[in-house]
Design a protein around this ligand. Structure first.
Ligand SMILES: [Fe+2]
Length: 266
């Protein structure tokens, strides 16, 4: 059995139980990440929130099939994803490794007080691919992901900065953004300012949607709809994880055809 796509279509997320076919890849991803971090082999700009969050964008140098140091990305989740989305993307991107540490988030110079408060109170809720540009920030839909696939690399509990999704928010966000973008040719989407539309849709999602923490044991995985509003809950008093932090790998393959991004049937 793969992901429950009926559930996913309705709520914008789904999980799979631990799958032994995943363990080798997880071990490899964790080992490589740890080695790079121990050797300080990373861009310091990737360490944010006063050193409590390592963004880890494109951190893993996996190949276009997700293979890492000769270890294939395989298992029920991958087969299920390829079954649904395989024709829509041509390569697995280089995975992000997002790591939160005890105390996440802390204020930092690179973040305004308003952004920091939004991170604490609304968990930095966002849609991937909506890019803030300029000062003051305006927002544009510039990256068109097929889905978000999460692979925890360590065990952690529900208080250790878990991912949070607003269930069903993908429908609210997609409808709102579609009303603006679908009037224009797909080539122009990148330049259309959707700041207010995006903020209003987020507010609506906060009011109407349930928050759901996504925590799976090691070997388990999850998938998020590309338009589901999500964020990271602050590390709580009872947060527990591996001593090296709460570590999750994410794949976000780019759609071959950007117009699919707003297609409500896929
Ligand atoms: Fe995200």
């Amino acid at each position: 059995m793969g992901f429950n796509w009926n559930f996913f279509n309705r709520f914008g997320w789904a999980v799979l139980d631990p799958d032994k076919e995943m363990y080798e890849w997880i071990d490899q991803a964790k080992k490589i990440s740890q080695q790079k971090l121990d050797k300080n082999y990373f861009n310091k700009k990737q360490l944010r929130c006063g050193g409590t969050w390592f963004v880890g964008a494109n951190f893993l140098k996996n190949d276009s099939h997700g293979k890492l140091n000769g270890v294939s990305l395989k298992g029920k989740a991958v087969r299920s994803i390829v079954g649904r989305y395989g024709k829509l993307f041509s390569e697995w991107d280089q995975a992000q490794v997002s790591i939160c540490y005890r105390g996440y988030p802390q204020p930092s110079k690179s973040e305004t007080l308003a952004s920091f408060n939004y991170r604490k109170n609304y968990f930095g809720a966002h849609l991937d691919g909506i890019i803030p540009i300029g000062q003051p920030k305006r927002r544009y839909a510039q990256q068109y992901h097929t889905f978000i696939f999460g692979i925890p690399l360590v065990n952690f509990n529900a208080f250790a900065a878990p991912l949070v999704v607003w269930e069903g928010s993908h429908q609210i966000m997609r409808d709102a953004i579609s009303r603006r973008l679908l009037k224009s040719s797909v080539k122009l989407w990148k330049d259309l300012d959707i700041t207010e539309i995006y903020q209003e849709a987020r507010k609506e999602a906060f009011l109407k949607c349930e928050q759901k923490k996504i925590v799976v044991p090691l070997g388990g995985t999850y998938i998020l709809h590309r338009q589901v509003l999500h964020g990271v809950m602050p590390w709580g008093k009872h947060g527990r994880s591996d001593e090296k932090g709460r570590m999750i790998a994410y794949f976000r393959p780019t759609l071959k055809e950007p117009q699919i991004w707003l297609n409500q049937n896929i």
